[in-house]
Every structure is written in C-alpha cells, then in structure tokens.
Design a protein around this ligand. Structure first.
Ligand code: AMP
Length: 265
C-alpha cells in the first residue's frame, strides 16, 4: 500500500497510467467497519482502490467540533492495508486549498435543509472538497455511505450537474448490534452516552410523527437538532453532550399524512 501525502505526487502516479479502473473512498479517518464496507466494495469492483483521509475544515462550523474530531492515523493505515487499499491519499490543507477557499461549490436548495439548516456552510464545504478530490483522483466509481444520506444525494446531484465522469455508489449503513449507526464521532461518547445512543436510531423507526419522536428523544435526554420525514425517509440529528449523531431510516410500508408531519404506517 502506498501512502501519498502530496497531491502532486499522487497526480504523477495517476498519470503514469497503470491504475486501471479506479474506485475511490473519501473519508475523514478514524476508520470503522462502516468505512470498511465501502472499501471492500471498491476493492471488489475496481482495479485500484484509493482511500483519502482528510479532516476537511471547511465543512465544520464549530472550531471545537473540528478540534475534537477523532484522529487515529496509524490504526487507519493498518485497517486500510488489511482491506487491500492500494493508495492512501492524505493531503494537507495547503495542497487542497491553494486558493484559500476563494472558490467553492454551492447547492442552493436541498443543502439548506436538514443538516444544512443547522450547520452553516456545511454542504458547501463538503461539495467543494469532494469536487477537488474527484478531480485529483479521477475515479470511475466513488463510494459514499447512506448513513450520510443528504450528503450522498447532494454529491450525486453535483456529479450530474457538472458532468463529472464518475459513478456515485451509495452503500448501506453499517450498524452496531444494538442498532447505532457506526460513526467516527461515537468514539467521543462516554460509556453512559454510548449506552443511551441506540435509543436515537430506534426512535426514528417509531410509529409516531416527527414532533412526537423529537419530544420522546428530548424526554430521554437528547438535544434534538431536527427530526424530519421527507418522502419515505426519516432523517434526524441529535446531540448527546457535545457529540452530534445523525441517522436516517427508510420508512417501509408507506406513509400516511398526519397533521404537518408524516407518520410511518
Ligand atoms: P466520514 O469519515 O464520516 O466522512 O465518512 C466517510 C464515508 O463513510 C462517507 O461516505 C460516509 O457516509 C461513510 N460512512 C460513515 N459511517 C458509515 C456507516 N456506519 N455505514 C456506511 N457508511 C458509512
């Protein structure tokens, strides 16, 4: 496995032309089995799998959140190697943002909802860094998790809108046995918070409307950012202490209208 800390070195490698069909898995590190599932799929479907590890500051609207983002580089590299990643790209801010973020990619509709309504500039940061990485890596396929469903949909839209020659592949959410979606941020939960966290994932599937789910979570000690059903998918974001958890579930069996919200049947 090659570790590339330089964008120009990586581009030289890609231009040498021996990588074949490239599968790309962009991450912010602190890898877990959820990331692993994306990597495994890429390895199966591609000649070369490129993993990027980069904690992208432009998608954080809170300096403490950025400072506390988990970081475990050597364990990440071990996991990547064991999963047969070919190249790990670990660029620096200076390399990725030679423009100091003067240029950015905006979406002005869906990015304003859900997480976008609660994290100022978040999706502009996400779309901008993903655009940069896709242009550097030039993958045939790029793998993203359904766990961040809004992000996945926005990236699909960006790839279509800018005619990028890349297939965006959505991968199922990997959960712990108790139903909690795996997330790097789970590492920051205390033992007590980790014990309580699966209540959030379960609540999203409850046969209640969104407001009722939100108030049940508040009663259980979560600080609710939003619970919102769009189409047949219920999205949510909550805080346990300083740790923000997001999740979404497909509501099978259809929906009935119930006041301003919709409720699973
Ligand atoms: P992150 O490192 O959190 O930015 O995530 C990198 C990629 O892994 C994104 O496409 C995420 O949606 C995906 N991912 C994160 N957690 C999971 C999970 N539990 N199951 C599947 N994919 C995930």
């Amino acid at each position: 496995m090659k570790v590339c800390t330089s964008v120009s070195e990586f581009i030289k490698l890609r231009k040498a032309g021996s990588l074949g069909r490239i599968g790309f898995v962009p991450t912010m590190g602190a890898l877990h089995i959820g990331h692993g599932s994306l990597i495994e799929r890429s390895v199966k479907e591609s000649d070369t799998t490129i993993l990027s590890i980069y904690v992208n500051p432009t998608q954080f609207d809170n300096v403490d959140d950025l400072a506390n983002y988990p970081d475990k580089n050597s364990a990440d590299l071990e996991l990547a190697e064991s999963l047969n990643v070919d190249v790990v790209l670990m660029p620096t801010y200076e390399q990725l943002y030679p423009d100091h973020y003067r240029y950015s990619v905006d979406e002005n509709k869906f990015s304003q909802q859900l997480c976008g309504a609660h994290r100022q500039g978040h999706f502009t940061g996400v779309l901008t860094v993903v655009m940069k990485l896709l242009n550097i890596v030039r993958p045939s396929s790029a793998y993203f998790g359904e766990k961040d469903q809004q992000q996945l949909r926005l990236i699909e839209g960006m790839v279509d809108s800018f005619f990028l020659d890349c297939q965006v592949i959505g991968c199922d959410t990997v959960r712990d046995d108790d139903g909690l979606a795996l997330s790097s941020r789970n590492l920051n939960l205390t033992v007590e918070q980790r014990r309580k966290a699966p209540v959030f994932s379960k609540a999203l599937t409850m046969l209640l409307n969104d407001d009722e789910v939100a108030s049940s979570l508040s009663d259980d000690g979560f600080k609710v950012d939003y619970i919102q059903t769009i189409g047949n998918r219920r999205y949510g974001a909550v805080f346990l202490g300083q740790v923000r958890l997001i999740d979404n579930v497909e509501l099978n069996g259809g929906l009935i209208k119930c006041g301003v919200n919709e409720v699973a049947q």
